[in-house]
Design a protein around this ligand. Structure first.
Ligand code: COA
Length: 132
């Protein structure tokens, strides 16, 4: 089963942007943030755009739609985990109203060096915390 199918089977959204020729330009999705019950109103998302399609509004369009879906599914907080060097992604998220909420030093590695992980979050409107 592909990643795409596994996500869909769990009822998780998978958005795919295609161009006029049917080529995939990017995708976005979200899934559980953490397994424990108390985190059930929080999701962690991912967004990816083909480098040939960067800076054409694809990422913004995918994320705007994903945020709408999250809102209609009762999600309270969206979390994104971004390599601290990835300014494009941090800027995209800031442009969409996310806040930089935390930085975990040297938790990743790529090309022979340690990378910090930056968490961005967006609270999706007022919502009473459930009892219990
Ligand atoms: C981050 C990413 C999704 C952006 O997608 P994109 O389609 O190029 O972004 P958009 O064209 O929709 O840009 C929307 C806004 O984001 C910001 N932005 C995007 N790329 C930027 C860059 N290189 N530098 C600065 N700001 C940038 C700008 O505010 C931009 O608005 P503007 O073009 O009107 O100035 C894309 O670079 C990507 O796939 N990167 C690799 C994967 C990744 O980092 N995923 C995120 C992990 S959750």
């Amino acid at each position: 089963m592909t990643w795409f199918e596994a996500r869909q089977q769990k009822g998780l959204p998978v958005l795919v942007a295609v161009d006029d020729e049917g080529n995939v330009a990017g995708f976005a999705s979200y899934g559980p943030f953490r397994a424990k019950e108390g985190y059930r109103f929080t999701v962690e998302h991912t967004v990816y755009v083909d480098p040939l399609r960067h800076r054409q509004g694809v990422g913004r369009t995918l994320m705007t739609r994903l945020i709408q879906i999250a809102e209609s599914n009762g999600v309270h907080v969206l979390v994104g985990g971004i390599d601290a060097d990835n300014l494009a992604s941090i800027r995209l998220h800031e442009a969409l109203g996310f806040n930089v909420s935390g930085r975990l030093p040297q938790t990743g590695t790529k090309f022979g060096r340690w990378l910090d992980l930056v968490f961005v979050t967006k609270v999706l409107g007022p919502m009473q915390a459930p009892k219990g």
